[in-house]
Design a protein. Structure first.
Length: 594
C-alpha cells in the first residue's frame, strides 16, 4: 500500500516554469502545436500575397484591351477568378490550421493555469474570491484566442500585404513606393505611442471585470445569508457600484480606441490625396501607363482599409496584452509552499507523529514556541482548548498548509517538510467541521478520494457511516446532485457523506475537526459507531468543542496559547482540578463555552 521512502517522488522537484508575460506565455503554450502555428501562418501569407496580386489582372486586362491583345485579355479574365478562388481557399486552410492552434492552446491554458493555481498554499485561496480566480483563468484563455487570431489574420496578413504592395508599387513608381513606405512607418510610430495608455486602460478594465465577477459569485454562493439578513439592497448597491466602475472603464477604453482610429483616418486621407495627385501628374507626363495607374489605384483602395485599422490592431494588441498580463501576474507567482528538489514519498507504516521544538507565528503572534509532542502509533488523541489556543493551526501545520519558522514535524521518522505535499496528504484523511462537498452526485462525493471505487465499496462505507438509509430514500439515490457545497443536504447528512468519503480513502492518519458539531444529539449517537469504525487501526487527532465526543479517546491534550497545559484521558482530567475539569463543568448542552 505504501511506497518505499527511499524513492524520490516523480516530479517532486518539478515546478511548472510557466512564463508570466503574455508573449512568453503565448510562445510557451504554442510550442507543442508548432506544426499548426507554422502551417496557419504560412498559408495566410500565401493568401495575403495572392490577394494583393489581384490588381495585376486589372492592369493586364486594360493593357491588353489598349494593345488589342486578345490572348492576354483572355488569360487575365480566366486567371482572375482562379486567383480569387485560391485566395479564399488558402484563407480557409489557414482558418482550419489556426483553429487547431487556438483550441489546443485554450485547453492547455485552462489545464495548466488551473493545475498551477492548485499548487498554491491554503493562504493564497483564503485571500481571494474563487470567482475572481476563475475569471482570471478565463480572461487569459480568451485573450490568448484573440491574440492568436489577431496575429494570424491581422499582423501576418497585414505585413505580407504591405510587403507585396510595396514591391508592386516599386515596380510601377519608386516615388509612390517611397511615399507608401513612409506612411506605414509613420502610422506605426504614431500608434506605438498609444499602446502604453491602451494597455493601462485594458488592465484597469480587466481588474474591474474580475472584481465584479468575484463579488457576484460571492453573492450567489452565499445567497442564503443574503436572504436571511435581507441584504439584497446592500448587495445590489455594491454590484451597481462595481458594474459602474466596469462600465466606465470600458467606455474609457472604447473612446480611446475611437480617438486613435480618427487619427489614423485623417493621416490615411492625407496620404491618399498625395498619392492620387502624384499618380495623376505622372500619368499626364506619360511616366505611367493607364494599366499601371489602375493597378496602383486598386492597390491603394485595397490596402486603405487595412491601413485604417492599424490603430485598431495596436489597441487590440494592448487590450489582449493587458487582460493576459493581469491574469498571469495573479496566478503565475511563486509558490508559498513547495516541495524540495529531493522530496521523497512519505512512507507511513505506523502513524507515529512527533513535534520537535516547533515554532510558528502569524505576523507577530507566536502560536507555537518550542512546542514538543509525541503521538504514538494508533493512538486516538483529542485536542481541547479555547479559541486561539492553536488547535486549528495544529491541524494546518500537520497538513503542511504553512511552513514552520523552526523545528520539525515528523511522521514515522520522516520530516514532512522533506516529503511531497501530495504523499503527505494522501496519508491523512480529514473530516472537517463543515464538510466541503462538490456540486456532483453523492456517489462522486463519496468516491472522491478513490475514483475507481466499485459500487459495492461505496455502498459499504455509506452503511458504516450511517448514510445509506437516507441516501436510498432520495429520489435519485446515489445519483442525487447535492448542490453547490452540498446545500441540498442537512448538516448531519453532509457530515455522514464526508465520513463515508474518509472511510473509503482509508488513510493511516485521521483528523476529525469538530466532526460531530453539525449533528443533533440523536444523530450524534447514531454516528458514533461510524466514527469508531473509521478510527479503528488509525492514528487519530480529534478537535472538539463538544467534550462528550472525546470521552473514549486514549488521550486528551489541552492547549492554551500554543502550549500543552494538560495531558491525560477523560477520566483523569475531569478529576485533576485543572483546565479540562473547569471546561467540562462549564459545558451547556454538551458544548464548550468559549
Amino acid at each position: 500500500m505504501h511506497k518505499d521512502v527511499s524513492t524520490t517522488a516523480p516530479g517532486a522537484a518539478h515546478i511548472p516554469s510557466i512564463p508570466d508575460t503574455p508573449l512568453g506565455f503565448l510562445a510557451y503554450i504554442s510550442q507543442p502545436h508548432f506544426v499548426f502555428v507554422i502551417g496557419g501562418i504560412s498559408v495566410e501569407v500565401v493568401s495575403a500575397v495572392l490577394n494583393q496580386s489581384v490588381p495585376f489582372f486589372y492592369k493586364f486586362i486594360i493593357d491588353g484591351v489598349e494593345a488589342g491583345d486578345q490572348q492576354i485579355v483572355l488569360l487575365s479574365v480566366i486567371g482572375l477568378p482562379i486567383v480569387v478562388m485560391l485566395v479564399q481557399l488558402s484563407h480557409r486552410a489557414s482558418s482550419w490550421l489556426t483553429m487547431f492552434w487556438v483550441t489546443s492552446g485554450k485547453k492547455d491554458t485552462c489545464d495548466q493555469l488551473t493545475n498551477y493555481a492548485l499548487k498554491h498554499s491554503h493562504s493564497y485561496f483564503t485571500d481571494r474570491f474563487a470567482g475572481t480566480l476563475t475569471g482570471k483563468v478565463s480572461n487569459v484563455a480568451n485573450s490568448l484566442e484573440q491574440l492568436i487570431t489577431e496575429i494570424v489574420w491581422t499582423y501576418v496578413s497585414v505585413v505580407a500585404s504591405f510587403i507585396t504592395t510595396f514591391a508592386i508599387m516599386y515596380i510601377v513608381d519608386v516615388k509612390i513606393a517611397g511615399l507608401f513606405a513612409a506612411l506605414v512607418l509613420f502610422l506605426i510610430l504614431i500608434n506605438l505611442r498609444f499602446v502604453p495608455k491602451k494597455r493601462e486602460l485594458s488592465r484597469k478594465g480587466a481588474e474591474a471585470s474580475s472584481k465584479l465577477q468575484g463579488h457576484v459569485t460571492d453573492i450567489f454562493t452565499n445567497n442564503v445569508s443574503v436572504r436571511q439578513y435581507t441584504a439584497s439592497n446592500n448587495e445590489n448597491e455594491t454590484v451597481d457600484r462595481l458594474s459602474t466602475t466596469y462600465r466606465n472603464a470600458q467606455r474609457r477604453n472604447w473612446m480611446f480606441s475611437d480617438r486613435t482610429q480618427i487619427v489614423n483616418i485623417v493621416i490615411l486621407g492625407l496620404f491618399l490625396i498625395a498619392v492620387m495627385y502624384l499618380l495623376y501628374t505622372d500619368w499626364r507626363a506619360g511616366l505611367v501607363g493607364t494599366g499601371d495607374m489602375v493597378l496602383v489605384v486598386s492597390l491603394i483602395l485595397q490596402i486603405s482599409f487595412t491601413l485604417t485599422w492599424i490603430g485598431r490592431a495596436f489597441t487590440n494588441w494592448a487590450r489582449f496584452f493587458g487582460n493576459m498580463d493581469e491574469g498571469l501576474k495573479e496566478i503565475i507567482r511563486p509558490f508559498e509552499i513547495s516541495d524540495s528538489s529531493d522530496a521523497m514519498i512519505l512512507n507511513v507504516q505506523n502513524g507515529k507523529m512527533e513535534w520537535q521544538d516547533v515554532q510558528f507565528e502569524f505576523g507577530e503572534n507566536k502560536v507555537f514556541k518550542d512546542f514538543n509532542l509525541t503521538i504514538t502509533p494508533g493512538q486516538r488523541v483529542g485536542l481541547v482548548g479555547p479559541s486561539g489556543a492553536g488547535k486549528t493551526t495544529f491541524v494546518s501545520l500537520l497538513l503542511r498548509q504553512h511552513d514552520l519558522a523552526g523545528g520539525a514535524i515528523m511522521i514515522d521518522g520522516q520530516n514532512i517538510a522533506e516529503v511531497t505535499q501530495d504523499s503527505l496528504r494522501q496519508n491523512i484523511a480529514v473530516v472537517p467541521q463543515e464538510p466541503l462537498l462538490f456540486h456532483r452526485t453523492i456517489r462522486e462525493n463519496i468516491a472522491y478520494g478513490k475514483p475507481d471505487a466499485t459500487e459495492a465499496e461505496i455502498i459499504e462505507v455509506a452503511k458504516k457511516a450511517q448514510a445509506h438509509d437516507f441516501i436510498s430514500e432520495l429520489p435519485d439515490s446515489y445519483d442525487t446532485l447535492v448542490g453547490e457545497r452540498g446545500v441540498k443536504l442537512s448538516g448531519g447528512q453532509k457530515q455522514r457523506v464526508a465520513i463515508a468519503r474518509a472511510m473509503l480513502k482509508d488513510a493511516p492518519i485521521l483528523i476529525l475537526d469538530e466532526a460531530t458539531s453539525a449533528l443533533d444529539s440523536e444523530s450524534e449517537v447514531s454516528i458514533q459507531k461510524a466514527l469508531h469504525e473509521l478510527m479503528a487501526g488509525k492514528t487519530v487527532v480529534a478537535i472538539a468543542h463538544r467534550l462528550s465526543t472525546l470521552r473514549e479517546m486514549d488521550r486528551i491534550i489541552v492547549l492554551e496559547s500554543g502550549q500543552v497545559v494538560e495531558d491525560g484521558n477523560h477520566q483523569t482530567l475531569t478529576q485533576a482540578g485543572g483546565t479540562y475539569q473547569r471546561l467540562w463543568e462549564h459545558q451547556a448542552g454538551g458544548f464548550l463555552q468559549e
